[in-house]
Design a binder for this molecule. Structure first.
Ligand SMILES: Nc1nc2c(ncn2[C@@H]2O[C@H](COP(=O)(O)OP(=O)(O)O)[C@@H](O)[C@H]2O)c(=O)[nH]1
Ligand SMILES: [Mg+2]
Length: 398
């Protein structure tokens, strides 16, 4: 009797363990580690631990022989059931995203575009009205200098026009806003790989501005364009930051290089580029931490990350992520970061949540660097290449 009980117990344990293994292997989503993975790079998600879901299969009702459907052999060749491959998402194409997401700019549209058009349509454009126009621009964060330039030019043109039709006003405003934004600036994100090295992009900015989200979205953009991507989780301050980035990567099959928690961000960045090179990847995207409590600390850290990465090759792009809802505060941050590293492009996030679309103009003026990407939501494909014409059209409406 004891022997029978013992056998039953053993059988249950074995079945449970087997079930656990199957579940475990299905759970692995991270793409296979690169051939050269070095020990200091944290491996993809761990194997299931003892006890992990080992219980589940035991509770599943077991099918009896009578219930098993026999394969239908009358039709085509029976297809063998294979374990599901990790689900890799196909991101949306990037062309025309800003046009598609233009409704997200409705707050800026109402406050800036419509506001200005209404004011300009007044029969008498007296001093008070011009002051209101100026206020509208300043409230939308266009910035003092650009506002004065715009108002001056509008005044001149309106004088010449005499009577103004709504179409003329719209055309005028469109042209002048475009001039301020700079339609001819090169806004391509430099990610072209060269013979011996991937394109290298570093993402910097204050915590909470959307760096990790932007890095993840950018990886999707690149994958959608047919590139292979390696992510470097150089925000080693919190383990959750690396997890967040890795999750973004896994969704599109991009490998994430991580380091130990509180480890050296520069060495993670270095390893990421090394992996990118060895895997023959097209682009390496490096996410960084953005603690700003001391400027010197930040300067030291980012400066070091940059120097260490440049032992491999120069960085192609340093993107500064700014939260558009923070207004003038964002400009202060921009100044600090520009002192530390050579910013080559700006990403303005959360433009969907603000009426202050004029920040695009102000921040470009401040840094003399173009806005290259804009964030228009929390969704995975809510990052758009910045197109001045589509942006202005969205602001002033059709
Ligand atoms: N509405 C909106 N939210 C955004 C956008 N970009 C990022 N976020 C949100 O901002 C929060 C902080 O983002 P995260 O990438 O973790 O910031 P980080 O600390 O700079 O890495 C998250 O909740 C994001 O979903 C955007 O363009 N629009
Ligand atoms: Mg982050």
């Amino acid at each position: 009797m004891e022997i029978v009980i013992l056998l039953v117990v053993i059988a249950v344990v074995v079945i449970g363990a087997l079930g656990g293994l199957v579940v475990g292997s299905r759970r692995r989503k991270q793409p296979p580690p690169p051939p050269s993975a070095t020990p200091d790079i944290t491996a993809p998600p761990a194997e299931p631990h003892v006890g992990d879901e080992a219980e589940t299969p035991r509770e599943e009702p077991r099918r009896t022989i009578e219930e098993v459907d026999l394969p239908d052999t009358s039709g085509a060749v029976a297809v063998e059931e294979r374990p599901a491959a990790p689900e890799i998402e196909i991101p949306e194409p990037t062309a025309g995203r800003l046009v598609r997401l233009r409704a997200r700019l409705s707050r800026s549209q109402n406050a800036l575009g419509k506001g200005l058009l209404t004011l300009l349509s007044r029969e008498h454009l007296d001093e008070d009205t011009w002051e209101e126009i100026e206020e509208t621009l300043l409230t939308a964060d266009v910035g003092v200098q650009p506002t004065q330039e715009l108002v001056e030019r509008l005044r001149e043109h309106v004088k010449v026009l005499g009577t103004r039709t709504p179409e003329e006003l719209r055309g005028l405003l469109r042209a002048e806003l475009l001039t301020l934004i700079g339609p001819d600036m090169d806004r391509t994100v430099k990610t072209e790989p060269e013979a011996s090295k991937p394109g290298i992009v570093m993402v910097v900015g204050v915590n909470g501005t959307g760096k990790t989200t932007t890095t993840g979205k950018l990886a999707r953009v690149l994958v959608a364009d047919g590139r292979t991507v390696v992510l470097g989780a150089a925000d080693t301050f919190r383990a959750a930051a690396a997890d967040q980035l890795q999750t973004w990567g896994e969704r599109v099959g991009a490998y994430t290089v991580r380091g130990p928690e509180a480890g050296d961000p520069a060495s993670v960045a270095f390893d990421a580029v090394k992996e990118g090179k060895e895997m023959g990847s097209d682009v390496v995207l490096i996410d960084t931490a953005g603690r700003l409590h001391t400027k010197t600390g930040l300067m030291d850290e980012l400066g070091k990350v940059k120097r260490v990465v440049e032992k491999h090759a120069p960085l192609d792009e340093i993107l500064l992520v700014l939260d558009a809802t923070t207004g003038q505060n964002g400009l202060v941050q921009a100044r600090v970061f520009a002192e530390v590293v050579d910013i080559t492009g700006i990403v303005l996030t959360k433009l969907d949540g603000t009426a202050k679309g004029g920040i695009v103009i102000a921040v470009q003026r401040e840094l003399g660097v173009p806005v290259k990407l804009v964030g228009l939501g929390e969704g995975p494909d809510d990052l758009a290449p910045f197109e001045p014409e589509a942006f202005v059209d969205a602001l002033i409406g059709d």
